[in-house]
Write a protein that binds this ligand. Structure first.
Ligand SMILES: *Cc1c(COP(=O)(O)O)cnc(C)c1O
Length: 393
């Protein structure tokens, strides 16, 4: 008898039944009234999700497509951008920007640390030609939360656009676009949105829209001004991902039955649960203070092969977690708690982690009551007010 599958990776994530049923509905036409009125209704919830008064455009692509659309529509070749590189997704900003011919200043940050806003300020003071700051709200490869709200304060009086990849933050931890002065916010359907991969909602501030008028886009498909115009009619520029949009509508309804704050509180509590459990197992966490609410990165003892650990957990328990990427490969595991998850998933993951570490002969420093400790942390965090998601640096 197989165990129930548990997909606990930082994308794709598990999907609730209500959304799966929506995905399987009869096809409808994307230019007809049923669909366009659904799109218009959806706008309200997408704006609530992004905490913005601006339109949110659900592009048909994975998250990287929206990252590329942002760069392509907001900057001309030769412009200078500052990229926060503290992980694999930070590096992606650099690669996309260089492809567009931008001049990239890299602000390298240790993998596992958050960027210090004072370093950003130094760069902005030294190089006033910087016309964009590119970073992740949550760097998924390390599980670090960057101080977006503090960086937003720095660009308020400057002519610098703040472009935030919120793919593993939106819907998971606070990332209010308008309040934090974000000029472009992106997410992806397969992370915190309880949907399959394939949609990447993006939103631009008023001044970012103004900037697009001065930019020569090199891309036919990802033309954001064209998408904006079509969005007023409840349409997309080209054929919409009809079923994903229907799924999105259902997902947003589930989401707002709870409300943004309750959803954040849940992910916060699951984060406390995973972190407490890992520490009670005698393991170290990669991110100390500034940690993401959607996943927990746990260091693996050097006497254990991290890649083998991940594959044995899948074979033995049907629980799929993620390993490390690039320089962290084999050194960490990442247990995701985003999308459609609850405490029983994290309980199962902690148990599987402990048992498999033992199977692979790692030195056992686990407290015997690690599961109780984890559950207690979860219960306490659920009662306490959610901390502001502003990391201390
Ligand atoms: C998942 C993810 C992406 C996008 O990856 P896709 O595979 O293109 O969806 C980008 N940035 C972050 C922070 C992510 O977590």
């Amino acid at each position: 008898m197989h165990n129930k599958p548990r997909l606990l990776t930082p994308g794709p994530t598990q999907i609730p039944e209500q959304v799966r049923l929506e995905l399987s509905r009869d096809m409808v036409h994307h230019r007809k009234p049923y669909f366009t009125s659904m799109m218009q209704e959806l706008q309200t919830n997408l704006r609530r999700l992004f905490c913005t008064e601006q339109p949110v455009l659900p592009l048909s692509c994975s998250g990287t497509g929206a990252m590329e659309a942002a760069i392509d529509n907001l900057f001309n070749p030769g412009e200078t951008v500052l990229v926060v590189e503290g992980g694999k997704f930070g590096e992606r900003w650099t690669q996309i920007s260089e492809k567009k011919g931008l001049n990239v200043i890299k602000l390298e940050v240790n993998w596992g640390n958050a960027v210090d806003p004072r370093n950003i300020k130094e760069h902005l003071d030294k190089a006033p030609e910087i016309s964009g700051i590119l970073l992740q709200a949550s760097e998924t490869s390390t599980g670090v939360l960057h101080p977006v709200s503090q960086i937003g304060e720095l660009v308020r009086e400057r002519n610098t656009l703040l472009i935030v990849d919120g793919i593993s933050a939106v819907g998971i931890s606070p990332c209010p676009m308008d309040k934090w002065n974000i000029d472009c916010l992106i997410t992806g359907s397969q992370k915190g949105m309880m949907l399959p991969p394939g949609l990447a909602p993006i939103s631009l501030s008023a001044r970012a829209w103004q900037k697009t008028e001065q930019v020569e886009s090199g891309n036919y498909y990802f033309d954001l001004r064209k998408e904006l115009e079509k969005s007023y009619e409840g349409q997309t520029a080209y054929t919409s991902s009809v079923n994903l949009i229907m799924g999105l509508k259902a997902a947003m309804e589930l989401f707002f039955e709870q409300g943004l704050e309750e959803m954040h509180r849940k992910y916060w509590a699951l984060t406390q649960m995973a972190r407490t459990g890992a520490e009670a197992l005698g393991l170290q966490l990669l991110a100390e203070d500034n940690y993401t609410w959607g996943l927990t990165s746990i260091k693996i003892p050097s006497d254990v092969d991290g890649q083998k650990l991940v594959s044995r957990i899948a074979e033995n328990y049907n629980i799929v977690i993620a390993g490390g990427q690039n320089q962290l490969k084999g050194k960490i595991v990442r247990i995701a708690h985003m999308g459609y998850v609850d405490w029983t998933d994290i309980l199962a993951a902690l148990y599987a982690l402990q048992a498999t570490l033992q199977e692979l002969g790692g030195s056992n420093r686990a407290d015997s009551n690690y599961l109780e400790q984890a559950l207690k942390a979860y219960e306490e965090a659920k009662q306490a007010p959610v901390k502001e998601a502003t990391p201390k640096t």
